[in-house]
Write a protein that binds this ligand. Sequence first.
Ligand code: FAD
Length: 324
Amino acid sequence: MSSVSSPTATLPPRVAFTSFSAAVSRIQRLGDNFARVTFVGEELAEFHAAGLDQRVKLIFPLAGLGLGTFPRAGSDWFSCWRDLPDNERCPMRTYTVRAMRHESRELDIDFVTHGDSGPATRWVNRADVGDELLIIGPDGRTLTEGTGPVGGVEFRPGNASRLLLAGDETAAPAIGSILEHLPADAVGQAFIEVATERDILTIAAPAGVTVTWLARDRHSAAEHGGPLGNAVQAWVSEMVSSDDEAHCAALAGADLADVDVDTDMLWEVPATDGGRAPCDGLYAWIAGEAGCIKELRRFLVRDTGMARDSVAFMGYWRTGKSEN
Ligand SMILES: Cc1cc2nc3c(=O)[nH]c(=O)nc-3n(C[C@H](O)[C@H](O)[C@H](O)COP(=O)(O)OP(=O)(O)OC[C@H]3O[C@@H](n4cnc5c(N)ncnc54)[C@H](O)[C@@H]3O)c2cc1C
């Protein structure tokens, strides 16, 4: 994934990433387009679960070759994998750890199924108990003290007093996990857009955080991202208090470098926990289809004047492009 700006990448990681062997132990259909796959494996005992929106890479088997070509040994596995010939390189895709149960060495991933158009969705459509793949994630044995990032977590609200979480179905696992990890007195709003009413899931959230599901099939002819964009715009317009309006108005219209989401994946996350949250103490975390996230970035930063260090914008996938 290329990034527009990923400041944390300049800090040394506090933990090395390695591959963990795992097999499917359970598959649950959660809705029309969601499947929860539970993986189990002794090696997962060393997986460093950081919670929140922690991402991992999944390595899928190649027809006829399985996972045997994947370079598991050595710290330079990524360049070794990248340099393999196309027909020997197992597909790699990014997913969110929905839950981790160390005591039983189990890790849940919630997959959005979107037909048969990519290796990940093809794999989950055919997955069965016992099927194996590799999970690339932080190896707890290598964890060091320090201030660098741990385990691909981008949700960093600092001392913000109010939260906005917004995303499409691919961000639903991350939003669900973030909500479960928030302190009980957290305050805010989560918007999750999904394809159908039957994709609305039950997730736990602190009493002060309202969770609103937006099913596209409830909105006639709704384009992907349309209901989410409308809901976020309405909420932000109402929530930014009049005291902040002058401040935000001063920031609004600021130059915002354009992002070509067809060549660069939109990935813009605040560098630190600094706690600066000028728009009424609001911190926003926004993820999903890159074109929709780009529109929301324009609205929040350019039109509303939210400071860029108070918002994490992440393009999780791009219409018409595979993640390679
Ligand atoms: C940090 C991060 C965390 C993520 N977490 C999750 C997660 O927990 N669960 C999850 O399901 N996804 C998650 N995603 C998104 C997932 O990585 C992509 O959807 C990925 O492209 C799926 O791979 P694929 O092999 O199925 O399709 P690809 O080979 O990548 O793409 C094939 C085609 O399918 C289209 N496509 C890809 N995804 C979708 C989709 N969701 N709906 C419709 N069309 C699509 C592409 O535009 C392309 O045309 C995450 C992405 C990131 C960056």
